[in-house]
Design a protein around this ligand. Structure first.
Ligand SMILES: [Mg+2]
Length: 451
């Protein structure tokens, strides 16, 4: 038990959710917060999902001031042991914080008069203790929110890809001529020789390859690189619309499935270690949804076709960013992102820095010499992460920036889907996807896998 009287930096406590007691709490097993200590098991029931957690850090006690009076506030960290009947492998953490903006309730929560061992309170008793219809506890974790973000990531990828096709390879001049009012819907997509190969609302190779990874992982109930390589190869042997040059070169070599990473490395060496296309990062969002080993999987799945460390680093950043948003509702900081990049290649940092610029034109996404470069696409994704005001704002900004727009928007919108959730995406974009049902199946199977 930590009895320090230190004051919490309440302004830093931003990860909280609001729960209405009627909906959120049917029963709650809660003891006097002050009586909790490391190792205690807590059961909570919110949104009809029971969560069993064990406290793994000392409680941090602080004070909040409200209407001139001082009240107690608490913060702790707990390990999730079970969500419903599902066991989580170690390593998923759950922060529970008192909402600093609801100071009165914070006081009330910290003063539930129960001593010693946790006791079970019914909803009515709890209401009585709280004295209000509503309770505001802050949870960094929430199952509904995770499902919404998983769905948002997968749909976001497909939506960015499908609308981005509309400006793929275009400059500002092309777009001014073809979209005088600006592109907004799939139905606006200009039907030239390149674009008319796809039906309205279809996605391109970026999402096709993302689905190759998803389907292998769903089938194997785990990550098997040979299965993923096989799916890539089968896809390339079919009608791989929009397949990238490097990807095609690698996948077409005879014994690719047996030695995918060796072959990918050889092709990279043949380019004098220069080739660093965005074919790895365009499909990596799904890896961010894996429950564990995200960085290792992101780098290795990237190397199945793209061996360059700039490619593996781009994939690690995007996947870890998505994982953190989806499972912890935590936003990686600039320094955390730079640190990930530094583990792979020092050339990555320049593009992270570039992405901080609020003007997307600073990224020079239409620059002919660097269209399709992995770090350009990474910068577009990070630009949306820092600067987009909503899913739709980021989608339209990246699509209207032209260049390799389908890939840039696929990455950017997967990140925005993870950040804002499926529920933030306007229906016209989700409903307009041609193969929405296929996507929905993958979403459901991926959610099952994380349980
Ligand atoms: Mg594409």
């Amino acid at each position: 038990m930590n009895d320090d009287k230190n004051t919490l930096d309440l302004n830093s406590l931003t990860n909280y959710e609001t729960y209405e007691i009627k909906e959120a709490v049917s029963t709650i097993n809660f003891c006097d917060v002050a009586a909790l200590s490391k190792g205690d098991i807590i059961y909570e029931c919110f949104k009809r999902r029971s969560v069993k957690t064990r406290i793994i850090s000392d409680l941090q006690k602080g004070e909040v001031e409200y209407d001139g009076k001082k009240y107690d506030a608490w913060e702790w960290k707990a390990e999730i042991l079970e969500v419903n009947d599902y066991k989580w492998d170690n390593g998923t953490y759950h922060k529970i914080r008192v909402d600093p903006h609801k100071k009165e309730q914070a006081y009330r929560v910290s003063n539930v008069p129960c001593q010693g061992q946790p006791k079970l309170y019914s909803e009515d008793i709890y209401k009585y203790l709280i004295g209000k219809e509503q309770i505001d506890l802050s949870y960094g974790y929430k199952m509904e929110s995770i499902i919404d973000r998983i769905k948002g990531t997968i749909y976001g990828q497909a939506i960015g890809d499908a609308l981005g096709l509309g400006t793929e390879g275009m400059t500002d001049e092309d777009m001014a001529w073809k979209y005088p009012n600006g592109i907004r819907h799939y139905s606006d997509i200009f039907q030239d020789r390149h674009r008319k190969r796809w039906k309205i609302g279809d996605w391109t190779d970026d999402t096709d390859m993302m689905l190759c990874i998803a389907n292998a992982v769903i089938k194997d109930k785990g990550v098997n690189l040979t299965s993923i390589a096989q799916n890539f190869k089968d896809w390339a042997n079919g009608e791989p619309m929009g397949i990238g040059e490097n990807t095609y070169k690698v996948l077409m070599i005879g014994d690719y499935v047996e030695h995918p990473i060796d072959i990918s490395k050889k092709v990279w060496e043949m380019s004098h270690q220069q080739s660093a296309a965005n074919g790895g990062v365009m499909r990596t969002s799904i890896v961010g949804l894996f429950p564990k080993a995200v960085e290792e999987c992101a780098a290795n799945i990237c190397r199945l076709t793209h061996y360059d460390p700039r490619c593996a680093g781009s994939c690690a950043i995007v996947s870890l960013l998505i994982h953190s948003l989806v499972y912890s509702n935590e936003k990686l900081s600039y320094h955390q992102i730079v640190d990930i990049g530094e583990r792979y290649d020092s050339r990555i940092r320049e593009y992270i820095d570039l992405s901080l610029n609020s003007d997307i034109r600073a990224l020079e996404l239409q620059d002919w010499d660097s269209v399709g470069y992995t770090l350009k696409t990474l910068s577009a994704g990070l630009w949306a992460y820092w600067n987009a005001k909503s899913f739709e704002d980021g989608l339209l900004s990246v699509v209207r920036a032209g260049g390799d727009a389908d890939t840039n928007a696929a990455v950017a919108c997967a990140i925005l889907g993870a950040k804002y959730g499926f529920s933030s995406i306007p229906h016209e974009y989700t409903d307009g996807l041609l193969y929405k049902e296929q996507l929905e199946q993958v979403v459901n199977r991926m959610i099952e896998l994380t349980k």
